[in-house]
Design a binder for this molecule. Sequence first.
Ligand SMILES: NC(=O)c1ccc[n+]([C@@H]2O[C@H](COP(=O)([O-])OP(=O)(O)OC[C@H]3O[C@@H](n4cnc5c(N)ncnc54)[C@H](OP(=O)(O)O)[C@@H]3O)[C@@H](O)[C@H]2O)c1
Length: 105
Amino acid sequence: DRGRASNYVYGAAKAGFTAYLAGLRARLWRRGVHVLTVKPGYVATRMIEGRRLPRWLVASPERVGRDICRAALSRRDVLYTPGWWRPVLAAYRALPECLAKRWEL
Ligand SMILES: NC(=O)c1ccc[n+]([C@@H]2O[C@H](COP(=O)([O-])OP(=O)(O)OC[C@H]3O[C@@H](n4cnc5c(N)ncnc54)[C@H](OP(=O)(O)O)[C@@H]3O)[C@@H](O)[C@H]2O)c1
């Protein structure tokens, strides 16, 4: 949702994919095809092994999987999981870049 100094190549790929999925969703919804964009926070998988993160920040794959199933069944467009990331990211996106670059999370 925002370019960050520590991983902006990864972030740019995710931002591009998000735009791609939004376009695909807009193209396919009339034909009844649902496209769900999943935006997870930190998830306890191999990808983050060895990273020193507070436990409360890291969700289990089971939790994230359940959220994804529910979102798919209710045909949501975009899922933040766990859900509290949605307001956090909304606030982070709203932060002017001149501040965000100083206060990188
Ligand atoms: N974990 C997080 O905190 C987190 C947060 C946000 C988003 N994500 C995103 O969630 C997605 C899944 O990540 P994860 O956390 O589940 O990571 P993971 O446990 O490391 O799993 C990555 C998966 O991708 C497969 N893979 C990697 N390179 C591949 C390639 N070149 N061709 C085909 N398959 C390949 C791996 O296959 P093998 O098992 O065969 O190696 C593995 O199944 C990624 O897009 C990641 O960016 C993860």
